[in-house]
Write a protein that binds this ligand. Structure first.
Ligand SMILES: NC(=O)c1ccc[n+]([C@@H]2O[C@H](COP(=O)([O-])OP(=O)(O)OC[C@H]3O[C@@H](n4cnc5c(N)ncnc54)[C@H](OP(=O)(O)O)[C@@H]3O)[C@@H](O)[C@H]2O)c1
Length: 341
């Protein structure tokens, strides 16, 4: 079978198209005939490692997210899963041969979720990292819900920093599905347009407008939950617009590695600053998040494509390096590898 792998860290050109044996699923595992492999920043960051040239042994097949059809199951796994359309999450994490940038990927059965016929393989491969991260960020507020779904965020205001990003887009879609009022920040009219298409109620261009004044005008009592992509640049803004008992979920360090945390402005509302790394989040949360995201897909509340604020960029398997370079270069929307046309 055709597969992408890398045996040393570095630039996208470390990615190699190779021929591999079709793997057999072991106990508790399934084999997925992969249609789409979704590329996220975490995939190129892992490929880059801490420095170029470090040996990766055994060689790593990249990419956490994907979609396809279960074509074989291992011992102890329901035979009825065979033939099921699925989306795959965290395929490559601590599994060198598990990544989705290959024709067949073997993962634990718990890492596949049924993909309904109404949902495309493109949508399926766009779910894992972005939608699970968004779910985590939206479900950590002290006086807020731990589950998402219609009505769960009724009467609550969510601020999403970077609404045209993949995680930002997911947060807007899940928050809207949950009946929140969604405010988002972007850096351009094009991104404002995309965020509105994703479902944001209010879009603020942070390069042109006073975000605190705009948010306070829209939500005088403050915002309940902030989904933060750049706490380094936005911490003071976040503290100034947070409602009582509100939370700031920090899932990325865009803009730097350390931040200034405003103490007094955080004490007054009893703010919660929650740091998020989806790989290490609690299992009890993950089970809930997988169910909620699957329910949102079934509800038709999750969409992909420019009309949903998430333009798709497709690359054939042999251009996996170009796909990784596109994400690293800040491509707006979702980058997918078409493992099968
Ligand atoms: N912790 C986790 O578990 C986890 C999970 C998923 C992703 N991440 C990390 O999160 C980051 C984003 O991932 P992604 O897939 O969403 O990437 P993406 O699609 O490239 O989106 C990033 C977005 O952030 C926006 N942004 C950057 N600085 C901003 C600021 N100061 N205020 C508002 N928006 C800002 C960017 O737009 P502008 O620059 O135009 O504003 C862009 O739209 C990556 O670093 C990724 O590694 C972490």
């Amino acid at each position: 079978m055709r597969a992408i792998e890398y045996s040393q860290t570095g630039d996208p050109d470390v990615l190699r198209l190779v021929d591999r044996e079709v793997p057999e699923p072991g106990p508790g595992e399934v084999r997925v005939r992969v249609h789409r492999s979704g590329v996220n920043p975490t995939d190129w960051k892992t490929r880059r490692g801490n420095r170029p040239g470090d040996t990766v042994d055994p060689p790593q097949v990249p990419d956490q997210d994907g979609s396809g059809v279960v074509d074989a199951v291992g011992q102890g796994v329901e035979e009825s899963l065979t033939g099921l359309r699925v989306w795959v999450w965290e395929a490559a994490h601590q599994r060198p041969s598990g990544g989705t940038a290959q024709e067949y990927a073997v993962v634990p059965a718990s890492h596949v979720v049924m993909l309904p016929d109404v949902a495309s393989f493109d949508l399926g491969a766009s779910l894992g990292v972005p939608f699970l991260t968004a779910h985590r960020c939206l479900s950590v507020t002290e006086d807020g819900p731990t589950r998402l779904g219609p009505g769960t965020l009724q009467g609550r205001v969510v601020l999403v920093a970077g609404g045209a990003g993949a995680v930002g887009n997911a947060a807007i879609q899940l928050a809207r599905w949950s009946d929140a009022t969604v405010i988002t920040t972007v850096s351009s009219p094009e991104k404002a347009h995309l965020s509105a298409r994703a479902g944001a109620d209010h879009v603020i261009d942070y390069t042109r407008h006073d975000v605190v004044a705009e948010v306070r005008a829209l939500a005088p009592a403050g915002v309940n939950t902030i989904v933060e992509v750049s706490a380094v640049t936005n911490a003071a803004i976040d503290a100034d617009v947070l409602a009582r008992h509100g939370s700031v979920a920090v899932y990325a360090g865009s803009g730097g590695d350390s931040m200034q945390l405003p103490v007094r402005p955080s004490m007054v509302p009893n703010a919660r600053w929650q740091f998020v790394l989806v790989y290490n989040a609690p299992e009890v949360w993950r089970a809930r998040a997988l169910e909620d995201v699957a329910a949102a897909v079934l509800d038709g509340a999750v969409r992909v494509g420019a009309e949903a604020g998430l333009p798709m960029h497709h690359y054939p398997l042999e251009q996996a390096a170009e796909a990784h370079a596109a994400v690293e270069g800040g491509a707006v929307g979702k980058v997918l590898i078409d493992v099968r046309p």
